[in-house]
Design a binder for this molecule. Structure first.
Ligand code: NAD
Length: 530
């Protein structure tokens, strides 16, 4: 099979393009017209854009081979996510790549506000020496109020603690655990945060709730000489209210990178030297641009290799660390998902995935998706991927639910058990765990306890629990030249049926399976390919 093909339709850092070229055939067509793109898009597996290319239903229809649309940057307004999801096309962006740059600009503005840097520079160049009148304040020992403890808010917390600041934060949408992780005091009400802070910095998205979040009432409640910083989005700090705060002297200074209207060339706020404005440059660093290019290239490569795309927007978002922790579960459960339809033919109507022990405290959405993808893969083959797995399950009338239990399951400190109910109301069960060495294990199948590290080719044999079966199977695999890596036996109660799972080097043919089934003591023999 030839290399996958990618087209780069907008400007991207060279480092990203170089990375793409190592793995793919890449056409760099910066600024290509929509007409031409529509004409040639069917040749490509991946499309890389920034914010100018409209990726809509029409383009996605023409791009029959598209598997991923990579957006080098943050927003995805130009990509119709719903249309992409319907077609199983991954849409990914790079939300992490500019967070440090944005955070550092926030810090720069904070320091500039505390030490009148911007005014001092202008004043000195005007021929003055105002050493005595320019009196700043220290950040040390002051209270920093962070609104929104997400990616940038948490970077801010970590960094400003190094300045000796007392960091408090308001974010009603995250767990207490996150506040603890960053050593930040959780504040329940915005009012309390604005009353207690010497410096307030905003790091929320712009939503209906956050527009005007800092307005007249909040500024009124603030301490005198407060500093306000906004490198998040325009309008979160109401500009009229800020104007009055600066005019009255209540606000010592404001450092603002994002504005109600952008671009903007004049504003009443520009009358104040202590209104320190930058033209939305939070992400504009050479490092961020390079990171964005590399990050999007890596995600495109991952997607084409069928690996996990950490910042796919039509998949649950996961922090890098969290993803690292959950990756073994994602891989294991995708494999276990593949087993049902290779053993049974009856259509599934219900899947219940139960998480026990440590794993239950994690975000397991992606694991549910992986199991569902695995479940449908033997039936839908290439038609299924992480993006459309849940949509396809829904279309097939399969409902997927999860349950969580904090306690251990028997001796397992983490355990994922799945009940698959078919249209005849028969229940198939399968369970896995991650061993302490990170190895995924199949530990239960249809009530039989086993301990198998899944491998690409396996042979599942159900047999009568009578003496001599292992010998018979051994002879047959020898005769059929099947190279066996491991063999596991499981049974429920002595004398009842038992199972044998063999991990082998190649797929077993139908003819060979038939020979197994000829044996009296063998009830069924199935090949399972992962
Ligand atoms: P994020 O999604 O990681 O974090 C946002 C946090 O805000 C979340 O923890 C969320 O729970 C919290 N939040 C949402 N609504 C809230 C509310 N009403 N009150 C309190 N908290 C609330 O986002 P991020 O990557 O940290 O980005 C933060 C902001 O910075 C975004 O608006 C983003 O667009 C902006 N940004 C700006 C630049 C720039 O160039 N200036 C660059 C990058 C990001």
């Amino acid at each position: 099979m030839g290399k996958f093909k990618a087209i780069v339709a907008e400007k991207m850092d060279d480092a990203g393009i170089e990375l793409l070229k190592q793995e793919l055939d890449v056409d760099v067509r910066i600024g290509i017209s929509r007409g031409e793109l529509l004409e040639i898009i069917d040749q490509y597996d991946a499309l890389l854009v920034r914010s100018a290319t409209m990726v809509d239903g029409e383009l996605l229809d023409k791009g029959k081979n598209l598997k991923i649309v990579g957006r080098a940057g943050n927003g995805t307004d130009n990509i119709d996510i719903h249309e992409a999801t319907k077609r199983g096309v991954i849409a990914a962006n790079t939300p992490h790549s500019n967070t440090i740059s944005a955070c550092e600009l926030g810090i720069a503005l904070m320091l500039a506000c505390a030490r009148d840097v911007s005014y001092a520079d202008k004043d000195m160049k005007a021929g003055n020496w105002s050493r005595n009148s320019l009196e700043g304040v220290e950040l040390y020992n002051k209270t920093l109020g962070i609104i929104g403890l997400g990616r940038i808010g948490s970077l801010m917390a970590t960094r400003m603690k190094a300045f000796g600041m007392n960091v408090i934060a308001y974010d009603p949408y995250i767990s207490d655990e996150r506040f603890k992780r960053f050593g930040v005091e959780k504040i329940e009400e915005l009012e309390e945060l604005v009353k207690r802070s010497d410096i307030i910095t905003v790091h929320t998205p712009r939503t209906e709730e956050t527009i005007g979040m800092i307005s007249y009432k909040e500024i009124e409640l603030m301490k005198d000489n407060v500093i306000i910083v906004n490198v998040a989005r325009g309008k979160i700090v109401d500009e009229e209210a800020l104007y009055h705060g600066l005019k009255s002297g209540k606000v010592r200074a404001a450092g603002i990178d994002v504005h109600a209207v952008e671009p903007r060339f004049e504003s009443p706020l520009y009358e104040f030297d202590n209104f320190i404005a930058t033209p939305h440059i939070g992400a504009n660093t050479a490092d961020a641009q390079k990171n964005v290019g590399i990050a999007i290239a890596q995600q495109v490569i991952n997607a084409l290799k069928g690996e996990i795309v950490p910042n796919a927007v039509n998949l649950p978002a996961m922090e890098r660390e969290e993803l690292k922790e959950m990756k073994p579960y994602i891989e294991l459960m995708e494999n276990l998902g593949k087993v049902y339809y290779q053993l049974h033919k009856e259509p599934v109507k219900f899947v219940e995935i139960s998480y026990w022990g440590d794993v239950s405290s994690n975000d397991t959405n992606m694991v549910n998706i992986a199991f569902t993808k695995g479940l449908l893969e033997p039936v839908l083959k290439e038609g299924i991927n992480y993006v459309n797995a849940m949509v396809m399950a829904d279309q097939a009338g399969i409902s997927v639910q999860e349950k969580k239990f904090a306690e251990n399951y028997n001796n397992y400190s983490n355990y994922v058990g799945v009940k698959v109910t078919n249209n005849k109301n028969e229940v198939f069960t399968i369970a896995g765990t991650i061993a302490s060495n990170g190895q995924g294990k199949l530990i239960e199948l249809e009530g039989f306890e086993i301990d198998v590290t899944p491998s690409e080719y396996m042979l599942f044999i159900k047999n009568k629990d009578v003496p001599g079966v292992i010998g018979q199977v051994g002879t047959l695999v020898g005769e059929e030249a099947i190279n066996v890596a491991t063999m596991h036996v499981g049974r429920k109660i002595k004398g009842e049926n038992a199972i044998m799972i063999l991990t082998i080097d190649s797929e077993v043919t139908k003819e060979t399976l038939a020979k197994f089934k000829e044996k009296d003591s063998i009830i069924s023999a199935k090949s399972v390919v992962l």
